[in-house]
Ligand binder design. Structure first.
Ligand code: ADP
Ligand code: MG
Length: 258
């Protein structure tokens, strides 16, 4: 079971988009996929046809609720949805950090440290899924840190038009610290998302980015990507000429995610 987290402490960079496209792509290939939505906005949950009033993620992490009680099947028009299970989010997840503090004693007994809770809960279900795809909120909080500790591979969508290399460097420094202390095997991939390569400024920033980091093939800024999300229609279901489909297939193949 391979655990993949999509992370960036900035909002609106394409994290949820990437999770949706990756989960549906892997499911289409016949893989059993578990999606964990750790963003209290719950956009990914609703794109996967799942809406809950109150998520039980905090209770599951703390150990009060078993795994079986928090997974829900994805629902959608396409066959691939049959291979996707979801641990859905809701607004209630915004209280996670407070709840973890209140349960500190239980957490210590179980995981030692709260950063290790998600890893601890995923270990017993290793045989049930081929892939776990985790969406995270746009901040460096408990949700993101415990995902980093639990994951094999971190995908970092980065907007080319307004990214600041400083911001990304800072984020990567934090990731490196977690890698060294908690998860030495963790891999990172920086993925330019929503690229408009016809704009000179973006092209030059993309080059700058490639000079500093090992950068994966970019995803273009395309109206069909927005349509894909709003209709819950995976991009690989679009026709052969779809640029979004070409970009994503190239990306997943280059990352060995297929
Ligand atoms: N490649 C793309 N082309 C065009 N629009 C995109 C693309 N990727 C994402 N978007 C749109 O940009 C917005 C932010 O994307 P989202 O995945 O929600 O970001 P995040 O999860 O990082 O906040 C959404 O409206 C989404 O539909
Ligand atoms: Mg999001």
């Amino acid at each position: 079971m391979k655990i993949i987290t999509v992370a960036n402490n900035k909002g609106g960079v394409g994290k949820t988009m990437q999770c949706f496209q990756l989960a549906t792509y892997l499911a289409h290939k016949g893989k059993r996929v578990l999606v964990i939505d750790l963003d209290s906005q719950a956009n990914l949950s609703s794109t996967l046809g799942v809406n809950v009033n109150r998520t039980l993620i905090p209770e599951w992490l703390i150990g009060d609720v078993p795994f079986e009680d928090i997974i829900v099947p994805a629902e959608g028009e396409y066959d691939c949805f049959d291979n996707i299970s979801v641990i859905p989010s809701s607004r209630h997840l915004a209280n996670l950090s407070k709840l973890l503090i209140l349960s500190e004693n239980e957490v210590r007994k179980d995981a030692g440290r709260k950063e290790r809770l998600l890893k601890l809960r995923l270990t017993p279900i290793k045989g049930k899924f081929d892939y776990v795809v985790i969406d995270t909120p746009p901040m460096l909080g408990d949700e993101l840190i415990m995902s980093l500790v639990a994951s094999d591979h971190i995908l970092i969508p980065t907007q080319a038009q307004d990214y600041s290399i400083d911001g990304l460097e800072e984020l990567m420094d934090t990731f490196e610290i977690i890698k060294e202390s908690e998860n030495p095997k963790m891999k990172f991939s920086i993925i330019p998302s929503m690229v408009n390569a016809r704009r000179k400024i973006e092209k030059s920033r993309l080059n700058e980015l490639s000079d500093m980091f090992n950068v994966a093939p970019p995803i273009r800024n395309l109206v069909e990507m927005q349509e894909s999300i709003s209709m819950s229609k995976p991009i690989y279901m679009m026709g052969k000429r779809s640029k979004g489909k070409q970009d994503y297939v190239q990306l997943w193949e280059s990352l060995g995610l297929n």
